[in-house]
Design a protein around this ligand. Structure first.
Ligand SMILES: [Ca+2]
Length: 307
């Protein structure tokens, strides 16, 4: 990610739900607080400081209602009861209370797997004015190892062109596998690399995914990302780029989604880039250091699979 930054102020304020960063928790796989191997509501409460630390505004908790658990809790039997696997209704009330004490807002969201043109029918239009946040992960499901940069660009444009301003919401998620659980036998196995791939190890590594995420959260709060216009580019089959620009500030994201190292000339690939940019953040093994200045001539970009 390359930045050419100049402080800008004086932009309009969006509603909280348009600019917040939402953290999705599948409670069964988050943290088990009582050692039965299943994540629960009290486990979430125990990690609220961590969630606050990484810069999240809102917690989105996936279903924890009373359920026969034939579909991992999505098969809700009673929307007014908490399944005993996750705790009690008082635990949930405590979660809400403690979340607000930390300065976050908890909420749940419906999920939808329709196409953009169908979804936009109820995203705040005259017929259905109530919807505020769309969870939309179709983009992730449509991407395969064979999707090239034109394919990525097509779906990004589909999102942008079909949703009203401020509504589009890109979701890229990884499924937690009992990440914080200390139970000896969690309900699904923990990756055996947990002893080196964990939050404590990543906290002290400035180039870890955790710290990259925290830098992206900070960038997400700047005017250029909140208000800047978007341009997308597919300059090579496996290089996808997009830029966000506002006044004199530009952020360029350059991704190599192929399997080989690619040679990239960013200035020839995107329009109106300045001569010099600096690296705001980079993926783990890209070889670019934070703060590194890049004259926009030609650089080599390792593929994302290595990163
Ligand atoms: Ca438990």
């Amino acid at each position: 990610m390359l930045c050419f930054c100049d402080k800008t102020e004086g932009y309009k304020t969006y509603d909280w739900w348009q600019q917040s960063i939402v953290y999705q928790i599948y409670p069964l796989s988050f943290k088990d607080s009582n050692g039965d191997g299943y994540g629960d509501i009290n486990g979430i409460i125990e990690k609220l400081d961590y969630i606050k630390d990484i810069g999240v505004d809102i917690i989105w908790v996936q279903p924890f209602y009373k359920s026969p658990m034939l579909d991992l809790g999505y098969d809700v039997a009673d929307y007014r009861a908490v399944d005993s696997l996750f705790g009690t209704l008082d635990d949930f009330k405590n979660l809400i209370k403690r979340t607000h004490e930390k300065g976050n807002s908890g909420l749940t969201c419906p999920e939808d797997y329709g196409t953009p043109d169908i979804l936009k029918e109820y995203l705040g239009n005259e017929t259905h004015p109530g919807a505020q946040i769309a969870f939309y992960n179709r983009l992730v499901h449509l991407l395969t190892p064979n999707t090239n940069s034109s394919g990525v660009e097509k779906w990004v444009r589909s999102m942008i062109d079909n949703f009203p301003e401020g509504y589009y919401n890109w979701v890229v998620s990884t499924r937690h596998t009992n990440g914080f659980t200390k139970a000896k036998k969690p309900w699904v196995p923990v990756n055996p690399n947990y002893y080196r791939m964990n939050v404590n190890a990543q906290r002290v590594n400035p180039n870890s995914h955790l710290n990259i995420f925290k830098r992206l959260v900070q960038l997400r709060r700047t005017p250029v990302i909140r208000y800047g216009d978007l341009q997308t580019f597919a300059p090579k089959e496996w290089i996808f780029m997009f830029t966000r620009s506002v006044e004199t500030e530009t952020v360029a994201v350059v991704m190599n989604i192929g399997s080989e190292t690619e040679e990239v000339c960013a200035q020839n690939s995107a329009t109106a880039l300045p001569d010099t940019m600096f690296v705001y953040t980079s993926s783990m093994h890209s070889g670019f250091s934070v703060g590194y200045s890049i004259l926009l001539l030609i650089f080599l970009l390792p593929n994302l699979k290595l990163n």
